[in-house]
Design a protein around this ligand. Sequence first.
Ligand SMILES: Nc1ncnc2c1ncn2[C@@H]1O[C@H](COP(=O)(O)OP(=O)(O)O)[C@@H](O)[C@H]1O
Ligand SMILES: [Mg+2]
Length: 228
Amino acid sequence: MGKIILRARGIFKNYRTGNRMVSALKQMDLEIEEGLFYAVVGRSGSGKTTLLQVLSTQEDVDGGDIWLEGEAYGTLSTDRRAALRRKKIGMVFQEYRLMTELTVYENIVLPALLDGRNIEEAYIDNLMKSLEIEDLKESYPHQLSGGEMQRTAIARAMTNRPRIIFADEPTGQLDETSAFRVMKLLRESSAMFGQTVVMVTHNKQIAQYADKVLVLDRGALVGRSEDE
Ligand SMILES: Nc1ncnc2c1ncn2[C@@H]1O[C@H](COP(=O)(O)OP(=O)(O)O)[C@@H](O)[C@H]1O
Ligand SMILES: [Mg+2]
């Protein structure tokens, strides 16, 4: 086994709506190896989004803890956790979440500006080239295809050179051809920049391109494999 970048121990999370209680995650242990490309699969409602939200510090667990490069989320204040998220974590969502009034370039550099960093122009150029959106710099989101919007969102997730990228069904709104292209470019770009990727997908063919597959069922991890 390679170096572990992220570790979860005994994590669980429940949601309460009215008097109904849902165990979205049940006592899960997990290790993510540095530099690998993971697919997370499982039926709708099996806890995939909840898992990504807690691993990416967007949601708290109800018990257990998570360590990113040895730093335990449970011991961090809200501010320190937000700082860790900005510095080390990239997020990609199914619905892109681009700023409609900003250009592709402005969307991509926004995380650096929000974090008070200098824009590393050479790195951003490389990123846009590797994601094949360098000709779209001055375009606005409404002028792009779904695949182009998602590749812009991936570039934005990589702007602050995160250690790990979480993508929740990033190809869910794309046709098969552009879904494949987006997945391939995400994989190649993250490999080029040494990033670990954890990607939820419904698409079995896409999952086959992952280094490892994590299978969820009713809030539990029921399989970890090279291939489903
Ligand atoms: N904010 C929430 N409030 C109440 N229940 C939720 C919430 N988010 C998720 N759930 C429930 O938790 C379970 C897991 O959901 P989710 O993590 O979204 O699964 P998946 O992404 O695999 O479809 C489901 O039963 C879902 O209804
Ligand atoms: Mg989901």
